[in-house]
Design a binder for this molecule. Structure first.
Ligand SMILES: C[S@@+](CC[C@H](N)C(=O)[O-])C[C@H]1O[C@@H](n2cnc3c(N)ncnc32)[C@H](O)[C@@H]1O
Length: 221
């Protein structure tokens, strides 16, 4: 897999804008993925109070949905961006949830000990990290035996013309300029087959893979 350098900052104004725009995407982005996570946890994880880590948690919206669906889980969000974590902490405080904690750190060097998590989740972030391979290796290290890694991201191998067609509703909703900016990030999207290969090389057994404009992959340690 190609390793790319950090393509833009996630601090300051960018963090605020991102968090604000994601507020409207609870129904389309966070709740459906949290439901999938719930299903996979029920199927593959024995621990009734699972430790769940969200790598690249951003404004923490996925963690809030997981807390709703799996109330007995212990949740951790890590992110490189201090500002993103500040926003996430505020949201958690407002909901008076003490099951969610945050740690600042890079996905390529997760600030947690070996075999710490029952579940690691990652939503639309892997392609943004500096190194997908180092991240997956760190996810493996911090996952317990029999734990799982649930990864959802944009599919870099999806035919370009289909990506463009898929963006038509987005143009209507968000405008051409914003859609074009989003489309440009397409250059960073990873090929799910390469991600799968990398996960297998690092020791995960793939138990689920579905590819469309997004891909969803689950690896078991
Ligand atoms: C596209 S956002 C997705 C955030 C969140 N998963 C969501 O869906 O709302 C990508 C996130 O990855 C974080 N990030 C980028 N590079 C990182 C790195 N090397 N280590 C940890 N976090 C990183 C950014 O700060 C940002 O919050």
């Amino acid at each position: 897999m190609n390793e790319k350098s950090l393509h833009h900052s996630w601090n300051g104004e960018h963090a605020n804008k991102f968090a604000k725009s994601m507020e409207n995407m609870k129904k389309s982005r966070y709740i459906p993925f949290a439901k999938k996570i719930h299903q996979f946890v029920n199927k593959f994880v024995m621990n009734n109070s699972p430790v769940i880590l969200d790598v690249g948690c951003g404004p923490g919206l996925l963690l809030l949905e997981i807390a709703n669906l799996i109330p007995n889980s212990q949740l951790i969000g890590i992110d490189f961006s201090k500002d993103m974590l500040q926003i996430a902490s505020e949201k958690v405080k407002q909901k008076e949830l003490d099951s969610i904690i945050f740690k600042q750190g890079p996905a390529e060097d997760i600030p947690l000990p070996n075999a710490h998590n029952d579940v690691v989740v990652c939503l639309n972030s892997l392609h943004d990290f500096n190194s997908a391979k180092e991240t997956i290796s760190e996810v493996y290290r911090t996952t317990k035996e029999d734990g799982i890694f649930i990864l959802k991201d944009k599919n870099g191998a999806f035919p370009k013309w289909k990506v463009i067609l898929g963006f038509i509703p987005l143009i209507c909703k968000s405008g051409f300029k914003k859609t074009l900016k989003y489309f440009k990030s397409n250059e960073l999207w990873l090929n799910p087959e390469k991600v799968k290969e990398c996960m297998e090389d690092l020791g995960f057994r793939i138990v689920y893979l579905k590819k469309k404009l997004d891909y969803l992959i689950v690896g078991k340690k």
